[in-house]
Design a protein around this ligand. Structure first.
Ligand code: SF4
Length: 359
């Protein structure tokens, strides 16, 4: 951001104070001069990484109801935090929040460290969330560069670069550091992020309503929408599988975390699957004597993986030992253990059809 944009920082803060959204992790408008709570800020900023605000609000409120304090998070189980995280993806982030809470309690007496390097050693805290906690909760002159801030830098400076281009990210951090070097760094940072969310949006920047337009290269040359270029996408990979919902005497067979053959969902319990599309005869060979029924197909995407395949119900008459890497689980408990949307889709494909057939 050029010096002219920096001169407009006060104007941007005034714009923010007029236009800020009341969000559950922010202090309410009537207490706008207060700083945020560090625990709430941390959880919110981690939830907001790669997820839209609208999707986060409900999850954040449910999380805070269940785990209102750092200590309650440290005392929770991974299963509990994963359940509260459902729908946000990247479950390692939820587990890291719990690990981070344990570290802050054990090494820092329950207080967030105020030194950036020390804070970044806490699991679940990266450069972005460290900047958010230090500036928004402690009022320190610490920068934040998220996708919004990077986009504003690229546009105001006229950078013809791709999103996330390392050399330009380093320049964005320099600019962000200058930008928050002021009396109200928390408001300067929040104003910049809010401008990116509400005005300098990725697809339709509203330059006519922007408090930075007089200092913005892209507003002058009309190329805001071209900056920054989208990241090059990883090539798509097709994954074809057959899922087997194997049941026996009120129990379901689940594959243990870390045993997924594609390594795609290594941190999650899964419905067991085999490569390719299997015929009923092939499934019967895997499970001799079982009642085998095909229950449809499904499609799912995880990052650049396009997953598709067939779903079978496999009913065993008696009990059998769980195969290597699997475990029998009482049916009522299985849904609670399957955090990943793909596994729940497979479960629903069979269970919903059972319920329909029972009507
Ligand atoms: S003038 Fe347009 S491109 Fe420049 S910062 Fe504002 S919204 Fe973004």
């Amino acid at each position: 951001m050029c010096s002219r944009a920096l001169e407009r920082r006060d104007g941007l803060i005034r714009w923010f104070e007029r236009n800020r959204r009341d969000l559950p992790w922010r202090v309410p408008s009537k207490r706008r001069n207060e700083l945020r709570d560090p625990y709430r800020s941390w959880v919110a900023e981690v939830m907001l990484q790669q997820t839209q605000v609208a999707a986060v609000v409900e999850k954040f409120e449910a999380w805070m109801k269940a785990l209102p304090t750092l200590r309650s998070l440290a005392e929770a189980t991974d299963a509990e935090v994963e359940r509260l995280w459902r729908g946000l993806g990247y479950y390692a982030r939820a587990r890291n929040l719990r690990k981070g809470a344990v570290r802050i309690l054990e090494r820092h007496g329950g207080e967030f460290p105020r030194d950036r390097a020390e804070l970044e050693r806490v699991p679940g805290v990266g450069p972005y969330s460290a900047g958010a906690i230090l500036s928004l909760a402690f009022g320190m002159r610490e920068a934040i560069v998220d996708g919004n801030v990077f986009r504003i830098c690229a546009r105001t400076e006229g950078w013809d670069c791709a999103a996330g281009d390392a050399a330009f990210v380093a320049r964005a951090w320099e600019i962000a550091r200058e930008f928050c070097d002021c009396a109200r760094p928390n408001l300067a940072n929040e104003a910049l992020m809010e401008l990116g969310a509400l005005v300098c949006t990725p697809k339709a920047p509203r330059c006519g309503r922007c408090p930075l337009r007089a200092a913005c290269v892209s507003a002058r040359d009309g190329r805001a929408q071209e900056r920054p270029r989208p990241r090059a996408k990883a090539p798509e990979k097709a994954v074809v599988r057959t899922w087997l919902l194997v049941r026996s005497k009120g129990r379901i067979l689940l594959r243990l975390p870390g045993r997924d053959p594609d390594g795609l969902l290594k941190d999650h319990f899964q419905i067991p699957s085999l490569p390719g599309i299997l015929s009923p005869a092939e499934v019967s060979r895997e499970w001799p004597g079982a009642k085998v029924e095909r229950r449809g197909s499904l499609r799912h995407s995880i990052t650049n993986h396009r997953i598709s395949g067939a779903v079978y119900s496999v009913e065993l008459a008696g009990t059998r030992r769980a195969p290597e890497g699997c475990r029998w689980v009482v049916e009522e408990e299985a849904e609670g253990m399957l955090n990943h949307a793909l596994a729940r889709k497979v479960l629903r494909a069979v269970v919903a059809e059972d319920a329909h057939a029972a009507l």
